[in-house]
Design a protein. Sequence first.
Length: 170
Amino acid sequence: DIVGIQEGHGQRRPDGTHPDNAAEIAKLLGWNHAPQVGGRAVLSRFPIAGVTPERQGAIVVLPSGRRLHVFNVHLAPSPYQPYQLLRIPYGNAPFLETAGALVDAAEAARGAGVTALLNELVPRVQAGDAVVLTGDFNEPSHQDWTPAAVDAGLAPMAVPFPTTRRIVAA
């Protein structure tokens, strides 16, 4: 019924522009389309009443008439902290060895994007509006890299990754 699209732009054309594949998908489905920035969009079979001021989200009108604020993000993909820890080369990112260094690098990479999101999302939550968040966070969750995950052999160390911590706290 509602889809958050990341990387919705197609291959660069000779004139330097990108096609808006999200708009094309919406058109093919007969759905509504709310363009965001950076190749992001919200698509919905329900009407879209508008977008938030900084285009972090869209306001979808449900059949009941209730408005649902759908936020959709695509946070910076690099440096990617699991690769930095596991010594997997990715761009020019340095290898890191401690949970603190991983958290600092994650905050440096994606902190501004999270702040931009929360600047629009938090007032909607505080107002009691219905809110949904979709997206590509490009960072593991603090709820996954836990001591229990380490004990089960599922994570190399416990890391309180900041993106999901900030969102959950908000």
